[in-house]
Design a protein around this ligand. Structure first.
Ligand SMILES: Cc1cc2nc3c(=O)[nH]c(=O)nc-3n(C[C@H](O)[C@H](O)[C@H](O)COP(=O)(O)OP(=O)(O)OC[C@H]3O[C@@H](n4cnc5c(N)ncnc54)[C@H](O)[C@@H]3O)c2cc1C
Length: 447
């Protein structure tokens, strides 16, 4: 536990994860959020035009996302996820209408690549081992410099996975980062690749249960609190300046800045952060999928890339969406419905009502150059820590990365608190041990 309060700015998943971890350690947590709601880029809301709740964007977790699942355990929301018993990724080719499924076996030995019915049609087992070249890729290598894009396996598996995971076109996406994703998912066997999606919505899974836990632990949460500036002392933050008021920060207090990269760069002098971003377009069609249809389908050579079946809604994701982001909503609705109708065997006309959501700065661009701009959780000021998907988590901008960054900042906050001199009863300073058994135990629990 920290002696003073921990002030967390930003209630996206990074801020919520830090808050949940620190509140569990008995810390006094104060959470400030600029908007009227928590969740940031990962939340649900009621759409008046469609007459139902939708997610701001489709978010897919995999069973191997251990930080995200740990977070859900902590907030009691693990059972709000659903997904197939085994890893199954259904695909359709939008040009030919051909369908196939990729079905990795559960264990870590990938025997699925030797089985026609489980791998991409017309590919050979040996081709899959070609992906191992990513492991030895240099820090500046792009995915297409390492994998042969003329191969069917590239077009029908590696490319859709890379674009979905990195939200970056394969020509400029980091080969090393793609390797990290493959190693954490396919490399750990089908059990780690089992897809999981929220049964109700993103807020019901990731946000509302976290707020309930924080309230129950006495955390103070302020919405509509936009941080305008930080006041700095020589080695610590001395104040938080909000639009409406200012708060003094004591020497025992800590601040975790869990805002998006561009906001952090405005607030913290000389902070280097990623400064190139990549868009995502989502389309939510008010339409039920035929019974028994797959939870989601990957589309190759279409405009849509992934289509998700939800309650009374079919939702489309287009990642690295530079090509379509400026198209008018009506044109996107028509183009994307063509792929949805094909994938879910629905009539091409009439096109159902749809909400098009464009996120121009959905995530940072996962290029080698941008990865070098990611800061760690600590700053030049002892009492100021950073969290957010843009920090150097070793992962792309994902739920797993954002939550991992929140946990890392919480670990660092506890370490700072335990390293700080504490006032002895007689007035002198005592330095507390940083490696007591309790601290080690805490590190284990939070890591
Ligand atoms: C459309 C879309 C689809 C995605 N799909 C996936 C997916 O399938 N799988 C996956 O894992 N990830 C996905 N992601 C990425 C994932 O949503 C993000 O990585 C994650 O939500 C980022 O969390 P964060 O807390 O780092 O940042 P944010 O969610 O941006 O949170 C930052 C918070 O800070 C607040 N804030 C900003 N400025 C201030 C200020 N001055 N004062 C106070 N508060 C402030 C914001 O309002 C916000 O609530 C997707 C993202 C988008 C946009």
């Amino acid at each position: 536990m920290t002696a003073g309060s921990v002030h967390i700015v930003g209630a996206g998943l990074a801020g919520l994860a830090a808050a949940v971890a620190l509140a569990a350690e008995g810390c006094r947590v104060r959470l400030y959020e600029a908007s009227a709601h928590a969740g940031g880029r990962c939340r649900s809301y009621f759409d008046d035009e469609l007459g139902c709740r939708i997610d701001n964007g489709n978010h897919l977790l995999l069973a191997g996302n251990r930080r995200a699942l740990d977070y859900l355990e902590r907030i009691g929301a693990r059972d709000t996820l659903e997904g197939p018993e085994d890893a199954v990724f259904a695909f359709i080719d939008a040009q030919t209408g051909q369908r196939w499924s990729v079905r990795p076996n559960r264990g870590t030995v990938p025997w699925w690549i030797f089985w026609n019915a489980r791998r991409v049609p017309h590919t050979r087992a040996a081709e899959y081992f070609g992906a191992l070249a990513l492991r030895w890729a240099g820090p500046t290598a792009m995915v297409t410099e390492v994998l042969d894009r003329r191969r069917r396996l590239f077009r029908e598996l590696w490319e859709p996975l890379a674009i979905a995971a990195l939200n970056t076109a394969v020509e400029c996406a980091s080969a090393r980062l793609f390797w990290r994703i493959l190693a954490e998912t396919l490399g750990r066997g089908g059990a780690a690749c089992r897809p999981l999606v929220p049964r109700e919505g993103l807020s019901e899974t990731f946000v509302d249960p976290a707020l309930a836990v924080l309230h129950a632990r006495g955390a103070e949460i302020r919405f509509g609190a936009r941080l305008r500036a930080l006041n700095f002392g020589p080695d610590h933050v001395s104040g938080l300046v909000f639009e409406a008021d200012a708060i003094e920060i004591g020497r025992d207090d800590l601040v975790i800045l869990a805002v998006p990269a561009a906001v952090a760069a405005r607030l913290v002098p000389s902070l280097t952060v990623p400064d190139a971003f990549s868009p995502i377009v989502n389309a939510h069609f008010r339409c039920a999928a035929p019974p028994g249809s797959p939870l989601f389908v990957g589309v190759v050579d279409g405009v849509a890339q992934w289509i998700f079946r939800k309650h009374g809604v079919l939702s489309v994701t287009v990642s690295a969406a530079d090509r379509v982001i400026d198209l008018p909503a009506d044109a996107l609705r028509e183009m994307l419905w063509r792929d949805v109708a094909l994938a879910y065997r629905l009539p091409a006309f009439p096109v159902p009502p749809a909400r098009i959501v464009k996120e121009r700065r959905a995530t940072f661009l996962a290029s080698p150059e941008q990865l070098r701009r990611r800061p760690g959780p600590t700053t030049s000021w002892q009492s100021l820590l950073l969290a957010g998907d843009y920090t150097d988590t070793g992962l792309p901008a994902t739920i797993e990365g954002a939550i991992g960054s929140g946990f890392a900042a919480a670990r660092q906050a506890l370490a700072c608190a335990h390293a700080k001199p504490q006032r002895a009863a007689g007035g002198g300073d005592i330095v507390t041990e940083t490696t007591t058994r309790t601290d080690k135990e805490r590190q284990r629990i939070l890591s």
